[in-house]
Design a protein around this ligand. Structure first.
Ligand code: CP
Length: 326
């Protein structure tokens, strides 16, 4: 197995890609690359998390993120506790997120993976616990491991991550994936264009400095090396004007529309796909789709996240212990 870049990552937590240096992002990608041959579990992984305990505090629906963090941790020797809000003392007794996490941490935890409906919840949690916290998605803010797996899939395709133009098309307004990819891709020297109808491009004040926006998908596509389609997040649409037929006409990625992009441009989607809404089936299942490759990359990235953050936490603890001894 190739070397892990544990010495290039010094943060205890992975809360977002905003503000990370390019070498920190590359440390993640290089470590994930080392794990990638083991991502399907057909060969044994090094037991870098042996006897560790990881809490999956996934408080919104999830298939890919929950499953891949679980497989990543278990394949490296960890125990994974799956927390479900339903049936817990959060549900009807009013126990807070922080009290819940601190009580479970008191039973012995080495990392917490959190998905939460509130922006900044992972950051508040990280301030309250001693173990590493990995953000698995907070509201429409960040989803750093999703962006890292997207970057890994793009690097597999292009062999580099600089000088690319990537359209991120769809429900940008409600997308944490869009923001994390914007931070990651621009830090590494690529250009991102957010594309969608006006209502989906609102609320981007926090990223106005980095983000280009466009409403005409067909006009943007000829410059695109890669196209990332986003899920239309119908469940977050209260108060948003949305005409599904007009959306399909202007933004659904069909084979004809994809032919306007650079030849062979890979098509990414974080999943779950609304089949027939943002993507035509011929593209979802077509030769330029990287969707399932992204999912495999997700296991490798989550192996890297748990390994790098626990290694950094171990080093910090050792340094603190040494300081106490002197
Ligand atoms: N891409 C993603 O986060 O998928 P899940 O919501 O299924 O975890």
């Amino acid at each position: 197995m190739a070397n892990l870049a544990t010495d290039r990552w010094t943060r205890r937590d992975l809360l977002g890609l905003q503000g990370l240096a390019d070498d920190e992002i590359l440390a993640f990608l290089d470590t994930a690359e080392a794990f990638f041959p083991l991502a399907t579990g057909r060969e044994p992984a090094p037991q870098t998390l042996q006897d560790r305990t990881v809490l999956n505090l996934i408080l919104e629906d999830s298939t890919r993120t929950r499953t891949s963090f679980t497989l990543a941790a278990e394949r490296m020797g960890a125990r994974v506790v799956q927390f479900h809000a339903a049936g817990s003392s959060m549900a009807r007794k009013g126990e807070t997120l922080i009290d819940t996490a601190r009580n479970i941490e008191a039973m012995g935890l080495d990392a917490i993976v959190i998905r939460h409906k509130e922006r900044g919840a992972p950051h508040r949690l990280a301030d309250a616990v001693a173990c590493p916290v990995v953000n698995a998605g907070d509201d429409a803010h960040e989803h750093p491991t999703q962006a890292l797996l997207d970057l890994l899939a793009l690097r597999h395709h292009f062999g580099r991550l600089d000088g690319l133009t990537v359209a991120i098309c769809g429900d940008v307004r409600h997308s944490r994936v869009a923001r994390s990819n914007l931070y990651g891709l621009t830090a590494l020297g690529s250009r991102v264009v957010f594309v969608g109808p006006e209502p989906f491009l609102e609320g981007l004040d926090d990223v106005a400095a980095e983000a280009e926006t466009a409403t005409d998908f067909d006009a943007v596509l000829p410059a695109c090396d890669a196209v990332m389609m986003l899920r239309v997040q119908f469940e977050r649409h209260e108060g948003v004007a949305f005409d599904l037929d007009a959306y399909r006409r202007g933004y659904q990625l069909t084979a004809d529309r994809l032919a306007r992009a650079r030849p062979g441009a890979p098509v990414l989607h974080p999943g779950p796909v609304n089949r027939g809404t943002e993507l035509a089936d011929e593209v979802t299942d077509g030769p330029q789709s990287t969707i399932l490759h992204q999912v495999t990359c997700g296991v490798a990235v989550r192996m890297a996240a748990l390994t790098l953050c626990t290694a950094a936490a171990d080093r910090q603890r050792s340094a603190d212990d040494s300081a106490d001894d002197t």
